[in-house]
Ligand binder design. Structure first.
Ligand code: ADP
Ligand code: MG
Length: 266
């Protein structure tokens, strides 16, 4: 990998409420805190990443919708957040209509990839770009997989975790066989873990048994401070650095950095 191209990671899982947005926001914040220049692209019409980073709806004048419809560049759509070193391309409800609007375009799956390529030619490109996906394997998620180097999968520690995972991995396989042969699995991160729950412990063991070293050592605990943070428009790491959830996300970031160092040395 050429060292000044950004590492593009899509945070994907077709299930809702598994911690995609929380992971995108807090991993991005942790990476920015250690000096990386980071961009989040909010690809969910719900706009939870945008809200969670304090971007008011009225300030979302240019959004990921405009990028996907090729009416704006990433640079034009990026908004600086309260976190130094962290930018976001916000989303709006317009995204709900994007699938129909671009369905007939031959490059419909490549819209985001093309936009990000232009962005990486800037003199000071982002070093990490995280894509926050909607809870579906739709055209938005496919755009993210076409554009990304790798997929980071948050898995909630609950009974059906592995079932949803195999469907996701199949999609990754299909994308690899068609539009993006380089796409890798960055890793699987177990989220909302509650150690008092026997089932959660069982799920952690099962996922590790099936997915081996693809599973991060860091497990994100269920933590009320993490769930409170978005309503203040802040990442948990800014809202309460000391809480167990923030500490876990910092640890996850250091695992990701170690992975990247290995990749770049290879
Ligand atoms: P997704 O983006 O996959 O839909 P979210 O990141 O929005 O999932 O998380 C779903 C809900 O769970 C949100 O209300 C979020 O605040 C909450 N949540 C996420 N991670 C944690 C955690 N570690 N502890 C407590 N609540 C969490
Ligand atoms: Mg989300």
């Amino acid at each position: 990998m050429i060292s000044n191209t950004p590492r593009i990671i899509t945070v994907a899982n077709q299930k809702g409420g598994v911690g995609k947005t929380t992971t995108a926001i807090n991993l991005a914040t942790a990476l920015a805190a250690i000096g990386e220049k980071v961009l989040i692209v909010d690809l969910d019409p719900q706009g939870n990443a945008s809200t969670g980073l304090g971007i008011d709806r009225k300030d979302r004048l240019i959004s990921s919708y405009d990028v996907l419809t090729a009416n704006a560049t990433i640079e034009q759509a990026s908004v600086q957040t309260e976190v130094p070193g962290l930018w976001i391309v916000p989303s709006t409800l317009d995204l709900l209509g994007v699938e129909m609007e671009i369905a007939a375009a031959p490059d419909r799956v490549l819209r985001l990839r093309n936009a990000l390529r232009v962005a990486s030619q800037r003199s000071e490109p982002f070093t990490y770009i995280l894509l926050d996906c909607p809870p579906s394997l739709n055209l938005l998620t496919l755009n993210s997989m076409a554009a990304a180097d790798s997929v980071l999968v948050p898995l909630q520690c609950e009974f059906f975790a592995l079932e949803g995972l195999s469907q996701l991995l199949q999609t990754v396989q299909q994308v690899r066989g068609s539009i993006n042969p380089q796409l890798e699995i960055q890793g699987i991160v177990l989220t909302m873990f509650d150690g008092r729950n026997n089932l959660a412990n069982q799920v952690v063991q099962d996922v590790r048994a099936h997915m081996g070293e693809k599973v991060y050592e860091t497990v994100i605990p269920r933590n009320v401070r993490v769930s409170e943070a978005p309503s203040y428009g802040k990442p948990a790491i800014l809202y309460d650095l000391k809480c167990s959830g923030s500490q876990a996300y910092l640890q996850l970031a250091s695992e990701v950095i170690r992975q990247e160092r290995r990749l770049r040395a290879a």
